[in-house]
Design a protein around this ligand. Sequence first.
Ligand code: PMP
Length: 384
Amino acid sequence: MNDICQSYKDELQRLEASGNLRKLPSVVHDGKWVIDGGRKMLNLSSNDYLGLSTDKALRQEFISNRMTEECLFSSSSSRLLTGNYTIYDRLETLLADLFGAESALVFCSGYHMNTGILPAVTDSTTLILADKLVHASIIDGIRLSQAQCVRYRHQDYKQLEMLLQKHKDNFSRIIIVTESIFSMDGDIAPLYKLVDLKKMYPNVMLYVDEAHAIGVRGDNGLGIAEEQGCIHDIDFLCGTFGKALSSVGAYVICRKAIREFLVNRMRTLIFTTALPPVNVAWTYFIVEHLSQMKERRNALNLVSSRLRDALRVKGCDVASESHIVPMIVGKSSDTILKAEEMQRKGFYVLPVRPPTVPEGTSRLRFSLTAAVSEEEVGRLIEVL
Ligand code: PMP
């Protein structure tokens, strides 16, 4: 009898043979460590960049100041029906105030954000110009949209300029899409340059995903846009709460008209249950504290630059300028072996392979957090 799953099994075997088969890891968490098969390892694969989710005192402060009616574990409905608890409005007002912007809108996740905004604000007369290395969620958003799209070479702003010149009169609107800190390489887009380019044309907008920068960069932790002084020049300034902010959800900082338009047109906002109020309250609590977290940001910068410098001394080509520090190995099978070796030595580093990164660029991705001490990064460098 035919096995209806045979083609899936064949594909899984192909993935295994090429070293690209994925499995859900079953590790136990213990603060900044993870325990796997009895081995305790320093977690260098988490996006908890400020070390907030390992901070028990902070969690305790949040919980002990919370009334049970605020601790709702479900919103039981979409925001457009009865799920729009007051804590949502409070968080959006807080975000808009912090960024000095007209408005903010909160979503269930970065994936909802990136797959929802672009399809809502574009049509077949729109052209999207996206960096070649933008995150999968942005690519899915582009695919779901009616817009045409050209991907420019990673950080090649000469090519972007040429594309703008060529297409400026052929579309009613062009949207440039980039990340600020790129998730797999840790390099940083010069947003001020993109702002200059955009300002040359009346029909060009700028969409920036700061998922990996919010909390960790800028004087008040508002991201690369704050660091580079261009918050007010970005039309869709996006970020997520699930990384440095140790929560869940995402936001866009934008003009009022854009917010209102999204509320009416964005399917991933309209047709999903809103985040539980308790999560939104925790996000509010963290965002309120963000400007006071300079020490954590400084500690993270320090360990990150030590690791980047050490890898460069060892001859590695390190494009990173942030706390995401990849070490390119090349073949997936070699990368798996290298990751296993690091784990045996007490460092929980995972191999990042295609399709997350381009073929032939499999890598160890060191994702540093403020909880990693200088001594620990020193040991890591020795082991490398
Ligand atoms: N944008 C970027 C750049 C990301 O790296 C990620 C997740 N790694 C997301 C969006 C998705 O965010 P979330 O995990 O909140 O869905």
